[in-house]
Design a protein around this ligand. Sequence first.
Ligand SMILES: NC(=O)c1ccc[n+]([C@@H]2O[C@H](COP(=O)([O-])OP(=O)(O)OC[C@H]3O[C@@H](n4cnc5c(N)ncnc54)[C@H](O)[C@@H]3O)[C@@H](O)[C@H]2O)c1
Length: 272
Amino acid sequence: MADTFKDIRQMYSLTGRNYIVTGGGQGIGFAITRAICEMGGNVAVLDVRDQPVDAFKDLSKQFGVKTEYLQTDVTKEESLTSSFEEAIASLGSLDGLVPAAGIVIDKPFVEQTWDEVNKIQQVNVMGTFFATQLAVKQMRKQDTPGSIVLVASICAHQAAPGHKLSGYHASKGAVLMLAKALAVELAPHNIRVNSISPGYIESDMTRTLRQDHPHLVEIMQKCPPMKRIGNPNDLTPAAVYLLSDASAYTTGADILITGGLHAGRIEANSLD
Ligand SMILES: NC(=O)c1ccc[n+]([C@@H]2O[C@H](COP(=O)([O-])OP(=O)(O)OC[C@H]3O[C@@H](n4cnc5c(N)ncnc54)[C@H](O)[C@@H]3O)[C@@H](O)[C@H]2O)c1
């Protein structure tokens, strides 16, 4: 019987595996990139920024892995496809994907323009959809197992307190459902698809929201039952779990990491 137990540290290891992370130039995508490297994986980051955050350049040496940065716009078919080809050529093969590139807009529903909503859908939905399609094509070509972790949001589950994010909600609902549909369609090919749904997480995205809408400072800190905003380190263990063999029997799952906000919220004005 004891022989059937596996080494749990080994199950979480990503050593020698190859990953692509979109939106990994900063924020949550960078934190996940760093965590993959720390667990032994090689990562190609595809992001629209000219350069990733400074810490990116240290990852390769720090963790003895291969890293690559390819400036890419996930909304442009040509840009995404050619960067994928370059990433695969550099990594050699692909074991997993985290399409984390995303944007948000906080505006009343009736004021959101065609251009604004179209842009959100292009980045959050189309970018995720086609990055995932390219990853799956590669995994099918290799005929190897794979794991894909989509980045949904608490906004795929409920209206975010204090915000007006209808276009963003619509996009993240699509991402959540895409993960479930692909989990079923791709299970016979041994490709697992799961999602994480973060609540309020410290990043440029939430910093900009707070600058534009100061009332959100208190909401982000106080509405989650755990009474703090999350940080990217609160998400990385779940991403590693879902990418690794530790989650070998998990597909179509969504992990809500919200400080409890999805279970209920504490109204900011009722708190000390
Ligand atoms: N921060 C939060 O509270 C929160 C909560 C739930 C979900 N999310 C999701 O997490 C993901 C990461 O967000 P973040 O908070 O780190 O934001 P962020 O703004 O810090 O990072 C987003 C990254 O996506 C990249 N990006 C944007 N448009 C792109 C494009 N067209 N092509 C390629 N890259 C592009 C940006 O350059 C940036 O590096 C997003 O999908 C976001 O919707 C964030």
